[in-house]
Design a protein around this ligand. Structure first.
Ligand code: ZN
Length: 342
């Protein structure tokens, strides 16, 4: 498979004109040469934090607090999920999976509610789709064993020492929410030595120091944080200390579009175009231990081609900046998954 156009190559995302050759699911070569194509080629996105189980309840709960919306067991989200039929939940997740594919997502990292049943349900929703997933089970050790790891609620909700140990023994990923509403659960979350933290909206200087020392990565979800009115994560301070990925969080709060998350992040924080693209691609891949997220030799052939001549993108002076701040689902010409070149 050969893709032609302007390539946002490597970790710098500096555009070069040329061809990307994809073979057997991998990028096998990048040639700089003149082409006739106005396509923009970049790595497909890594959405580093989702909950797609609540796809059945989009935009529910206007005016409710974070606790009223999502706190287990009686938050609105949990009541809606409990009331729904299994088939309805799977159909809703399947729609979100299709949408993420059309929006250029290579892989999403899901915190999946509902124990083993929840994991089985998302596997059903994923069947027949090319998008890759990292599904982290919740609530029970069995859910962790059935899935790719464990996604913990927060260190104030329960004691996770035993599950942390079991997840490490199973050589799987352990992620945990921390610092979303206030800083009280950050130290106990860091004490678990997790593979990554989610949110970190409210770190104090001591926590930032601990991040720098431990290099534990963070997944920031700024659109979620503004929707639930908990404050904004200090993304500049986080990026200066550790790896930061981007996630769209609950589907009922925000559409799982990394285009929207990138534009929001680029415009609201003191971050460069290159940093935002890294957050949306390679940083998420590194957090989840994946080989996608960059256009370079040997990486997974998970790529996104945008139409550089679309009404929205044509005339862009700075292609990478246009991708981050302006591009959207309508500009997607093609999404390539590793399976497409096998
Ligand atoms: Zn979450």
């Amino acid at each position: 498979m050969i893709l032609e156009g302007r390539i946002l190559r490597g970790r710098s995302f500096e555009p070069v004109e040329g061809r990307v050759i994809v073979e057997e699911g991998e990028i096998a070569g990048i040639e700089e040469t003149e082409t006739d194509s106005e396509g923009i080629i970049l790595p497909a996105f890594v959405n580093a934090h989702t909950h797609i189980g609540d796809s059945i309840a989009k935009e529910a709960g206007e005016g409710l607090s974070l606790a009223e919306l999502v706190a287990p067991p009686d938050g609105l989200k949990h009541r809606l999920l409990d009331a729904a039929e299994r088939s309805e939940l799977i159909a809703g997740m399947e729609q979100s999976i299709s949408y993420m594919e059309s929006a250029g997502t290579a892989v999403f990292v899901e915190f999946r509610e509902g124990g083993v049943d929840g994991v089985t349900a998302i596997r059903e929703a994923l069947s027949g789709h090319d998008i890759d997933s990292v599904v982290l089970g919740r609530e029970t050790e069995d859910a962790m064993l059935e899935s790719d790891g464990f996604g913990a609620s927060g260190a104030n909700d329960a004691t996770f020492d035993r599950l942390r140990k079991a997840t490490a023994e199973a050589e799987k990923l352990f992620g945990i929410h921390a610092g979303e509403v206030d800083s009280s659960d950050i130290n106990p979350a860091l004490d678990l030595d997790p593979d990554f933290l989610v949110h970190m909206t409210h770190p104090e200087p001591l926590h930032l120091e601990r991040l720098a020392d431990s290099q534990i990565p963070v997944v920031a979800c700024p659109r979620s944080n503004i929707t639930t009115n908990v404050g904004m994560p200090p993304i500049r301070e986080l990026l200066d200390r550790t790896t930061v990925g981007l996630g769209t969080d609950n589907v009922f709060l925000n559409s799982p579009s990394m285009f929207r998350e990138m534009a929001f992040t680029a415009k609201l924080f003191d971050v460069s175009t290159r940093e935002v693209l890294q957050m949306a691609t390679i940083n998420g891949a590194e957090i989840a231990g994946l080989n996608c997220g960059l256009v370079e030799d040997g990486r997974d052939g998970a790529l996104l081609v945008l139409d550089g001549e679309s009404a929205n993108l044509t005339g862009a002076e700075d292609i990478a900046r246009a991708v981050v701040r302006r591009a959207g689902v309508d500009d997607v010409e093609r999404v390539v998954y590793p399976a497409d070149s096998r």
